[in-house]
Design a protein around this ligand. Sequence first.
Ligand SMILES: [Zn+2]
Length: 384
Amino acid sequence: MKTNKKRKLKKKRVLLIIIIIVLIISSLIYFFIPKNYGYKRRVIEVFKEENIYEKIQEKKKYSKTLEMAVLNNNFNEKYLDEYLEINYVENDSNFIDDINKLLSLGYKSKEINTFYETIPNSISVIINNNYNANITNYIGLNYFIEDNLERYINYENNEDKLNSVYNTDEIKENYTYEDTVTFVNAYLDKDYYSNDIKLSDEEAQNIDVIVNKYYKLSEDYEPYDLVTIDSSFATENQRLRKDAATKFEEMAMEAKDSGIKIYAGSTYRSYDYQKNLYERYVLQDGFIEAETYSARAGYSEHQLGLAVDVLNSKWEYLSENDNEYEWLINNSYKFGFILRYPRGKEYITGYMFEDWHFRYLGVELATKVKESGLTYDEYIARKM
Ligand SMILES: [Zn+2]
């Protein structure tokens, strides 16, 4: 009995030892015998020829991009780590060629993956320009427009443009990639009046329509609902569109309750009226000067019937030192009006700081624009 038990125990022990040995050997095989990780034999041979087989073993990873680069004979060892991370794109016969170009420009796998995932049709635009670290930042903005990509790149590269437009160091220092996208969307990379976007009369009737040195009204556009502002709050026969007029009167009344007197000094102007006005200013101050404060006919918000030049209690155009100005800056948005041409934003609006010119946008939109801290031109450029 006793010896039988011993024998059985010995048998078990031998079995256990065998199992352990098998386990050790198989794990040795697993860890030390080179593996192919799914690469084709031809590719493995190239790895060996190029003396990178060991490196591939370290990476422990299959990459179709790397495999295709090797098979296409278009493989640069320098970018080995990048190939491994670049997601392969099927059905693009230039893929390997293009990623090599992108890599040689200095792009990393993460950027390249983003390009192929988000703007696959613009790869050639990226390849035809120098490295630009901001492209992935542009893409991340919800107001990024793929068709504008080349213009974003050119705008950022154009130092002359930047220098001529940003006349203060402060603006240049605070310049961001968001500005690039915003300004190009707003056409600031193009000369004023160079790409007239003609607004249809239907578009012109929208309360949120933008009119500036790029967006033009037709000669015969006239708002259909102009009404005359109550003469207690305006000079003679001042007209705005109905909602704007009502809200201006409300605003002037509310101001009056706070001891502030404001009047509408100049409101709706027809195309012809604006034409004469602009030409008079050119004669008076010269073309360059007039351009900074007077709109050419068709380019004026006054033709919309949604802009008002405000007078103070002395019936002078409002100045930033007036109490009336301060009151308006703090309250006008509650009635749907915003200061349209602020100080320091001349390069965006195309006009000098006009402390008297307010634009009606409706309460909701005016509040949003005010909260954004942007000019209306920028606000629109981020919303379209
Ligand atoms: Zn004005």
